[in-house]
Structure formats: structure tokens, C-alpha cells
Design a protein around this ligand. Sequence first.
Ligand SMILES: Cc1cc2nc3c(=O)[nH]c(=O)nc-3n(C[C@H](O)[C@H](O)[C@H](O)COP(=O)(O)OP(=O)(O)OC[C@H]3O[C@@H](n4cnc5c(N)ncnc54)[C@H](O)[C@@H]3O)c2cc1C
Length: 228
Amino acid sequence: MTARLIAARELAPDICHFEFESAEWPLDFAPGQFVSLTKDGITRAYSVASPPSLTPDLKTGSGRFALCANLVQDGKFSPFLFGMKPGDEVDFKGPLGTFALRRPAADSLFVATGTGIAPFRSMLHAPPDRKITLIFGVRHPHSLLYHDELQALADRNPDFIYQPTLTRPPEDWTGKTGRVQQHTFDALGDRQDLDIYICGMKEMVDDLRAQLKARGYDRKRIIYEKYD
Ligand SMILES: Cc1cc2nc3c(=O)[nH]c(=O)nc-3n(C[C@H](O)[C@H](O)[C@H](O)COP(=O)(O)OP(=O)(O)OC[C@H]3O[C@@H](n4cnc5c(N)ncnc54)[C@H](O)[C@@H]3O)c2cc1C
């Protein structure tokens, strides 16, 4: 299947939001799923950062999906993605994967670092059918991807709590600081009945899972996606 790049915009240094369209993109998919893109025999997975579009583009009949990706300077694939211009095409497969909201709905913690926010943006677009706390960790304020959007969502929905945390906070930062792991345990308190969704790089995901396991947390309630 082929997708055409419609637009790209910088969200933070070396991080872009890419909008694609494809006549083969399904209108419905489970928020949280990913696509795999292939160029010159190299395939990489990217979480879909947009919600299901439900209606095709009226002019082209195509569906649209968005990705949020990090440029890995000497990476094999992401430099190609960042070099794409509107109108350029790429082969893809998807939607794929099982990182999706569980049913029946249980109150949930979403834990993301960096571009790991992508699948949660897709999941959060429809009004949540459960109480959700999102703990989003990055180094600097400018790397809080989709910050205004997430803050606006939290402002109008009492069932959604947004907790950004910075590991390199500037002096005037009044929000949370430090790694997502500690804030996850603070948000969890004594509860054992929350579904915990984790997405980001391997080190964070493995570390948080190990800490949850050490505290005897039910592993069936830990749902995760690792980026490397
Ligand atoms: C299911 C799944 C979903 C993914 N979704 C996304 C996504 O939504 N956005 C995204 O940017 N990446 C995502 N990735 C990672 C992506 O597939 C690539 O690994 C990444 O773009 C680097 O590819 P590359 O060929 O440029 O680098 P490679 O030549 O493969 O070099 C790998 C290096 O890149 C590092 N790396 C991998 N991913 C990232 C990242 N996101 N940020 C910084 N360093 C990274 C690895 O640790 C390793 O050091 C996902 C991976 C999986 C398995």
C-alpha cells in the first residue's frame, strides 16, 4: 500500500508531525496501533498519532493518518522520513499491533516519554470512557509534544488528568520534575485496579515494568509498546 505525504510540521527540534493520505487507509482502526513504513528494503514502525478519521477526504476519497517521529541523525530510516516533501510517497502496511484500549474500560494511567506520546494522542481524541491520568516525560519544556492540545483536553474534561514532567526543568518551571517512573507510583497510590499503558523507549518501558512487577502489580494490567 502507498501513502502520500500531505504536510509536515516541526513540533520540537528534530521531532515532526507528518500527515499522510492513502486511498487504502481504513477509516476505522484501534487508536494505539502503528503502521510500518518501507523504503529501499528498510522497514520501521511508527505509532499512528491521529484518531480514526471516520470520513474519507471528499475530494480524493482517501483516508488520512498522522505520525509523530523523532529524527535519529545517523538512523537508517528516519532521515528518509524527514527528507520527504509533500507529494512524496512511501510504502506502508497497517494498521498493525495490539497496543489499544482494553475493554471493559478500567481507570487507567498512560505513561509516555518523548514520541511515545503518539498512540496516546490517538486514544485521547475521542472523549475517554474511563478516568485517565497521562504522565508525559521529556527533558525540556519545548519537547512537550502536543502540550497545548493535551492541556486543553484536561481543562475541559475532569476525567482526564495531564501531568507533564521534565528531567531538565528551567528555573521558572512550576510543574512536575524527574522521571515518569516515580510519578507513576505517586499516581497509583495503593490502587491495584488501574490499567497501566506505557509507551516509549525500551529503557523506560523495561524499567517501569520491572518496578511494577517488583511491587506485585498484576502484569495483565500492564500494556506496553516499546520503540526499540
Ligand atoms: C511498534 C513501534 C512503534 C514505533 N513508533 C514510533 C513513533 O511513533 N515515533 C518514532 O519516532 N519512533 C517510533 N518507533 C521507532 C522507529 O520504528 C525507529 O526505530 C526510529 O525511527 C529509528 O529508526 P532509524 O532507522 O532512523 O534508526 P536506526 O538506524 O534503526 O537506529 C536505531 C537507533 O535509534 C534509536 N531510536 C529508535 N526510536 C527512537 C525514537 N523514537 N527516538 C529516538 N531514538 C530512537 C534506537 O535506540 C537506536 O539507537 C516505533 C517502533 C516500534 C517498534
